[in-house]
Design a protein around this ligand. Structure first.
Ligand code: PFF
Length: 452
């Protein structure tokens, strides 16, 4: 097939900008909010070990596949899959990858905006100094009061969605790229500063390190395994076409394997560094490492409240989280926005508003899960928010991942593959083995172990 050199939606101006954008998508609430509390709940080092294995053996080959398919298709994931299926002379049903991805994207964005809204609210809370010297009960009460007020939670969720839509509406170059160009370096700088602050002021850096790397297998079970795998997909933004959409705007002529490895290393470093910000503070203040989703919003403010400079660094921390969330949410929107632009006569502004509006509406269910809708639960106790989180991360993303791996590994035309992997001949065999066998079988095994 003759590769289209440009996407009609625009292009990243360089390989580095693609790395910023994809790392921006990958680095998010998953790294700073979700990873530390999951590690805290599932045996620290044991969870980290399983997570790292999933990243290297399953995540990385699928990340490469998504970039490759995106760059080969140069369109929204749904249309790219139709085109690649035609070129490869296989059934057009493979476009289901694009459709499932769009569905998962809506589901994730809907609850993502709620948590991101909390983080933005906490920038102001921290800045106000209200956490200085608080005790655990006060910090918990403060968080409870905040999330049980539907008006506040919905207002912040709405604000975050408007920001996301506004950036997406400006397009690939003026919206997405401008955002990641500034926010990614800022994010990295803030994170390094916070790791140093946390280590120095708490004096417990080594304990944080030990917690992340010393396995405690007693608290690790088969459900921890699927959680680790779901987290690997979630954190690398895999299985739903976000990276495929971004890959469509990647210039030709650079190595996909090298680029993907850089993204995975950056993402993993941010997760581990977030752990190194959070756990030393938690331990120094005698707090619980397994506090669950409240770890960032209750435990951490208590810790900052006890430390010198906590008000400033606490504020910086929530700025960091908000930046990370924005550079991810724009990628959650992109596959559907690109598709609407391709399929209809709507421009980007209307497409972004439409898609974002639907995600916002769905998100109201999650926003209300902590207050008015706290009683709307499934028999297993999951509320709306838990259900969205579980179904998208632990089921839809891994399933999408298997399909992507099978398509890229087994069905994609050899010619297209060669064209995209020109710069990666040395890694081709290993990628092929991992993508054909290890990644799909690995995901299946984790599914089976979890079910039984
Ligand atoms: N990777 C993001 C995070 O770790 O917060 C979340 C995410 C973004 C998941 C984009 C999926 C996605 F397509």
């Amino acid at each position: 097939m003759v590769q289209q050199s440009e996407s009609k939606h625009g292009m990243w101006s360089s390989r580095l900008m693609f790395i910023f954008a994809a790392a921006g998508s990958a680095v998010g609430l998953g790294n700073i909010w979700r990873f530390p509390y999951l590690a805290g709940e599932n045996g620290g080092g044991a969870f980290v070990l399983a997570y790292l294995a999933c990243i290297a053996l399953i995540g990385l080959p699928i990340l490469i596949s998504e970039i490759l398919l995106g760059r080969a298709g140069r369109q929204s994931p749904i249309n790219a899959m139709v085109q690649l299926a035609d070129v490869s002379k296989v059934s057009r049903n493979w476009q289901v990858i694009g459709w499932m991805g769009a569905l998962a994207g809506f589901m994730i964005l809907s609850f993502y905006a709620v948590i991101a809204g909390w983080a933005m609210a906490y920038v102001l809370e921290m800045m106000s100094g209200r956490f200085v010297g608080v005790d655990p009960a006060q910090a918990a009460a403060s968080f409870e009061t905040f999330i049980s007020d539907p008006a506040q939670v919905v207002a912040w969720q709405t604000g975050f969605m408007i920001l996301t839509i506004a950036i997406a509406a400006r397009g690939v170059g003026r919206g997405l790229e401008v955002t990641v160009r500034y926010l990614m370096p800022a994010l990295f700088f803030l994170l390094v500063a916070l790791v140093i602050y946390s280590g120095v002021t708490s004096g417990r850096f080594v304990d944080g390190l030990a917690f992340l790397f010393q396995p405690d297998f007693e608290r690790f079970d088969s459900s921890s395994l699927i959680t680790a795998m779901g987290q690997a997909f979630f954190t690398l933004s895999l299985g739903m076409g976000a990276i495929m959409a971004y890959g469509a705007y990647m210039p030709k002529g650079s190595s996909i394997v090298g680029t993907a490895a850089t993204i995975a290393v950056l993402d993993t470093s941010v997760a581990l560094m977030s752990g190194l910000v959070i756990f030393p503070l938690v331990f120094a203040n005698g707090l619980e490492s397994s506090a669950g989703p409240g770890l960032m919003f209750i435990t951490l403010p208590i810790a900052f409240g006890q430390m010198t400079g906590g008000q400033v660094f606490g504020t910086a921390f929530f700025v960091l989280v908000s930046f990370a969330a924005i550079t991810s949410s724009i990628s959650l929107l992109e596959p559907a926005v690109a598709w609407v632009v391709e399929k209809t006569s709507l421009g980007r502004v209307k497409a972004a508003s439409l898609v974002g509006g639907v995600a916002w509406l769905l998100g109201l269910g999650s926003a209300l899960s902590f207050n008015l809708g706290a009683d709307w639960t499934l028999p297993n106790g999951f509320n709306f928010f838990d259900t969205m989180d579980y179904v998208s991360n632990n089921i839809l993303l891994p399933l999408g991942g298997i399909l992507i791996a099978v398509f890229a590994g087994w069905r994609l035309s050899g010619e297209t593959l060669q064209e995209q992997m020109q710069e990666d001949q040395g890694a081709l065999i290993l990628w092929r083995f991992l993508t054909r066998y290890l990644a799909p079988v690995g995901v299946l095994i984790v599914f089976i172990v979890t079910i039984f």
